[in-house]
Design a binder for this molecule. Sequence first.
Ligand SMILES: C[S@@+](CC[C@H](N)C(=O)[O-])C[C@H]1O[C@@H](n2cnc3c(N)ncnc32)[C@H](O)[C@@H]1O
Length: 268
Amino acid sequence: MSQARALLLHNQLTRPAILDAIRAVDFPKGSRGLDAGCGLGMHTRWLSEAVSPDGTVTGLDQSHEHLRLATEDAPANTLFKPGDLFHLPFPDNEFDWSWSADCLWAGPKEEGFGCEDPVPLLRELSRVVRTGGTVVILFTSAKALLPGYPALEAQLDTASAVSYPFLKGADPRIHLMRTLEWMNDVGLHDLKARSFIANIQGPLDEETIKAVSSYFPMYWDRAKTEVKSEVWREYERLCRPDSPDFILNLRDFYGFLTITAFWGTVMG
Ligand SMILES: C[S@@+](CC[C@H](N)C(=O)[O-])C[C@H]1O[C@@H](n2cnc3c(N)ncnc32)[C@H](O)[C@@H]1O
C-alpha cells in the first residue's frame, strides 16, 4: 500500500476524533489558519469548514505528491503551498492560528526521525501566528488494537518501540507527551491538552479493515527480531489478513486510537 493510500485510510478512520479536536479548540469563524505538514489536506478541509464562510486555511507540505492530491476538489477557502516546516515561507504574524498533526516526530536522526529537537519547529509555528492566536500540535498517541490479547499487544509495543515516537535512550523531553514543556519553552500561554478517541467497532467494513491492517506492520513488524518465536507466531496468526484467525474479522471487534491535541496562545 502506498504511503498516500495509508494516510488517506488513517484520515478516514480518525475523522471523528479530529473533528472533536477542532470543536474543542474552537477556531473563530472567519479566521486565517495554517495546516503545517498537511499531507493529503484532509485536516485542511475539515478546518476550513470550521472557519467558513469567510475564513481561509493554507496547507503546507514538502511532498509535491501529497500537495497534488490535496488540491483535487479542494474547497474554495483552502490553498496549498510547498514548503519546509522548519523554515515556514510566511512572514511573522501571518495567521490567526497554526495546526500541525503527526509531523513533530522528534528522535535520533539515524532512526529516521524528522528532527532531533522539536522546540525550534514549535517556535516557527508560533512565529507565523499573531499575538493572541493559537498554536495546535496533535499526534496519534495511544491505541488498543488486539482485544483479548493485552499481554501480546504490550510485548509487541515494548519490542518494536515504534508505537510511540520515543526510543530507548532518547531524551524524555523530546517525547510528544512532553509537548506542554516545549510550549512553555517558546512562551505560549493558557496551555491545554486533551485526548480524543477514534473508536473502531465491528463488524468492520472493508476500508476500516484496510486502515487497521496497515497499522499492524507499521507498529509491530519491527518487533520480529526482538520477541520469542511463539510471540511472533501469535502476532501473525491474529494480524495477517490471510490468517483464518485474523482478528479484524471478529464480528464484535472493538479497538481504538487516541489523538492527543496540545494548544496554547501566542503572547506579545
Ligand atoms: C504523517 S503525515 C501527516 C499529514 C497530516 N498532518 C495528517 O495528519 O493527515 C506527515 C506529513 O508531514 C510532511 N512533512 C514531513 N516533514 C516535513 C517538513 N520538514 N516540511 C514540510 N512537510 C513535512 C510529510 O510530507 C507528510 O505529508
